[in-house]
Structures are given as structure tokens and as C-alpha cells.
Write a new protein. Structure first.
Length: 308
């Protein structure tokens, strides 16, 4: 177990070193907020879809199909459970702050942190599971997340199903189901773009953290409560709920690690869009990302111990 903790810890530190590049560039005003916005757009609308398309071009067999179906069903059930668990939390906070803390407690940074970490720790074979969890995550936050941040009037069928997480999945599902492959030149371009995810995502997160007051975030108990829900409670519940299913160890470890990822960056994006407590959202993302350097290795060790 100690060996696994060290392996994950070293990978997390590598990711934090990449964040340090973004932090340094932002503090020196070499990477402006406008530049971060443009990089985020590139990640969301081009790089992340390419990861989905590349990951689903795999040789499918009955075992993988069964694992994928189990992954989808488990993801739906887990997000419903997370949402139910979050309902009674943060009742004493102002409504605009409560919505941010609840959103940040439920939704982790699957795209920017989850994919690079799972890829580094578990290998490329595990990324196919991340893709399907990411699809459920995306649909869920465009329904539940928009509801708690913007209210019922903000819900839109178009934004729920026509977004950067779902559209590439619909494009690549035929590749997964039929075994078809993209032409080699197209596939190479997709692969090159997908390879940008880890370094570019970490640089963006680091740049976002540079614009937060890092000292003040350590003095706010409400942020710690939301982080505890996201970084400790979610992976613990996930590990226990999925254990009786006796799923493939690779899938099990993937889902437990994803459950322990820090608060999603979309928390601050939604807070700004729907005029919620944007400063608290940015601070929550930063604090949970910093604390995850300790909690993520523990999540991986927990997954490994329970699958033995």
C-alpha cells in the first residue's frame, strides 16, 4: 500500500509542478486572464473532445462492454447519491454561497485532474472508463448544477445534451460499437490534440490559483467542509457502495480515484455566469486542489486495498 501511495503521490506532485508553471506565468503577468480564458476554451471544445474520440477507438470485447455498462449505471447512481447527500448541507450559509459550496462538493475536476491522474497511475486502458463517467458528470451538472446555481428558469434541453462532453461521445460511440477507425491522418491529429490535455490543463489550473488569495482560503471553515465532502466523503462512499459489485479492479480503482478529485473548475465558471458567490467558488477550487495532494494518494491506496 505504501508503494501505491508513493506512486500516486509522485504523479500528483508532477501535476502540481505543471501547475506551478501556470502559477508563475500568471503572477508575472505573462499569462493574462484573457489568455487563460482562451486556453480553457481550447481545452473544453477541442482537446477534451479529442480525448474522448481517441479513447473510444479500442478493441471491444464482451468483458469491456460489460464493464462500460456497469460504469455508466454506477455513475448515474453515484451522482444521484452525492446530490441527495448534499441537500442538507450548508443550510446556514447565504443562498448564493450555499449553491457554490453544494456544487463544489458534488462535482470533481474529472477532465483537467481526473484524466491526467488516471492515465498516469492506471494507464491508457483506464481512460475509456473516465470518458463514460465524464459523460454522466457533464449531463448531471448541466441539469442539477444549473438548477442549483441558476434556478429552474436556467435549465435548457439544448445545453444539457449539446455540450463539449456529450457531442464527442455521440460522435465516437459508433467507433466504439462498430470497431471502425478514423483515417490515420485524422487520427494522428486527434491524438496530438489529446496529448495537450495534461500539461495545458495543469497550467490553466495553476494560473487560476494565482489569482486567488491563497492565505485567506485557509481561514474559512465553510471551504474545509465542502472540501471534506468532495475529497473524503465522496471517495469513501464510492468505495463502499461499489465494493459489493465485484467489478473489474481497473474500473473500481478508476471510479474511486475520480470520486476523490478536487472541486471542478466549472464551479467558478457557473458562479460567475449565474451571479453567485464567485470569490468563494474560486477559493474553493484552489483549496480543494491544494488539499488533494494529500487525499488523492489515500484514495488510490484505498481502492487498491479493497480490490485485493
Amino acid at each position: 500500500m505504501l508503494e501505491r501511495i508513493w506512486v500516486v503521490f509522485s504523479q500528483v506532485i508532477t501535476l502540481f509542478l505543471l501547475m506551478g508553471v501556470g502559477f508563475f506565468l500568471a503572477r508575472k503577468n505573462k499569462l493574462t486572464s484573457h489568455g487563460v480564458t482562451e486556453c480553457t476554451y481550447l481545452l473544453l471544445y477541442f482537446v477534451a473532445p479529442c480525448i474522448i474520440i481517441e479513447s473510444l477507438q479500442v478493441d471491444r470485447d464482451s468483458q469491456l462492454t460489460h464493464s462500460v455498462l456497469l460504469c455508466v449505471a454506477a455513475s448515474v447512481g453515484l451522482y444521484l447519491l452525492y446530490i441527495l447527500m448534499s441537500l442538507p448541507t450548508f443550510r446556514k450559509q447565504p443562498p448564493k454561497t450555499r449553491s457554490v459550496l453544494q456544487f463544489g462538493a458534488v462535482y470533481g475536476n474529472l477532465g483537467f485532474m481526473g484524466i491526467p491522474l488516471v492515465q498516469a497511475v492506471l494507464g491508457d486502458d483506464a481512460v475509456v472508463f473516465v470518458v463514460f463517467v465524464l459523460a454522466i458528470f457533464t449531463v448531471t451538472y448541466w441539469i442539477h448544477g444549473v438548477f442549483i446555481m441558476g434556478g429552474p428558469s436556467a435549465l435548457s434541453l439544448k445545453s444539457t445534451f449539446l455540450n463539449p462532453g456529450v457531442i464527442p461521445l455521440l460522435i465516437s460511440l459508433p467507433l466504439f460499437l462498430t470497431g471502425w477507425r478514423l483515417p490515420s491522418m485524422v487520427n494522428s491529429a486527434v491524438s496530438f490534440l489529446a496529448d495537450l490535455n495534461t500539461p495545458l490543463a495543469m497550467v490553466v489550473i495553476g494560473a487560476q490559483m494565482a489569482r486567488s488569495d491563497l492565505l485567506s482560503i485557509f481561514r474559512q471553515p465553510r471551504l474545509y467542509a465542502s472540501c471534506a465532502f468532495r475529497l473524503l466523503l465522496c471517495p469513501a462512499v464510492t468505495a463502499l457502495v461499489l465494493l459489493p459489485l465485484h467489478m473489474d479492479p481497473l474500473l473500481y480503482a478508476t471510479m474511486v480515484i475520480l470520486a476523490g478529485t478536487p472541486t471542478a473548475g466549472v464551479t467558478s465558471m457557473f458562479a460567475q455566469r449565474f451571479e453567485q458567490d464567485t470569490p468563494s467558488a474560486a477559493q474553493l477550487v484552489s483549496l480543494s486542489t491544494l488539499l488533494s495532494v494529500v487525499t488523492l494518494p489515500l484514495c488510490a491506496a484505498l481502492a487498491e486495498a479493497l480490490t485485493r
